[in-house]
Design a protein around this ligand. Sequence first.
Ligand code: GLN
Length: 284
Amino acid sequence: MSHEDDRRIDLILGDAVTRLAAASDSPRLDAELLLCHSINLPRSYLFAHPEDVLDNTTFDRFDALLRRRLDGEPMAYIMGSKEFWSHELLVSPATLVPRPETELLVDLALREIPRKAEWQILDLGTGSGAIAVALAAERLMCQITAVDISEAALAIARENARQLELSNISFAEGSWSAPVRNSQFNLIVSNPPYVRAGDPALANLRHEPVEALAAGADGLDAIRALAAECGQILKGNGVLLIEHGADQYDDVAAILAASDWTNIQNHKDFAGHPRVTAARRGGT
Ligand code: GLN
């Protein structure tokens, strides 16, 4: 193969797909998206012009992206964005990559919030702002407060709200409920870290912020904090919705019950795993 052939779109793709097979569940899609990102053209271009030859600069740009993916970096960080609840959200290594499972949390929250409600809603550990943005866009008359301990994550979340022109979200920096101790909310949602600190799965997630993933030896430290703190800032009849690991439902329910939560109910994600637990507080 001549050097120029090495830079032909179809041959580049074929080679990249082979190399990505070990690093990705979707090697062809990844290769195509990385190449589109490098040439800054839509995917259809790749199929219409398979024999096009890339210039050296473009090829090097693609090769650098491919190497990052081969090293296990999530596509979302390489591309700079990830779709969640039909919004294309900015992400960075300061934020967890939004997962499709978390759309269950959004769905359950929306079922609680009447269409015309003017509720105060709190998202604790907002990260990229995925949940806060989804709720703010679906319930424009509600006011969402999004809290995170990471200034870098909050900068991304703020930018997502700005790009989607959502003015009904405010942001606060701090640990769990600390920045909002004097407020009261109708609904609190959280996708906290819940992976066990020694879980071998963390090795595969090494590009993501460990403080957004791991929470103590049993993975429940953050959920214990939420169970203990959220009662004081929830209005009567208020609801708390927490995402957790598939095998943590019993522990989460016991933690919530010990902190006087009632109506504790679990909901399964699209894979059939217990994923979100709802709990209520006082009221009538
Ligand atoms: N669901 C994520 C994972 O296991 C964890 C997200 C979280 O800790 N909030 O990949």
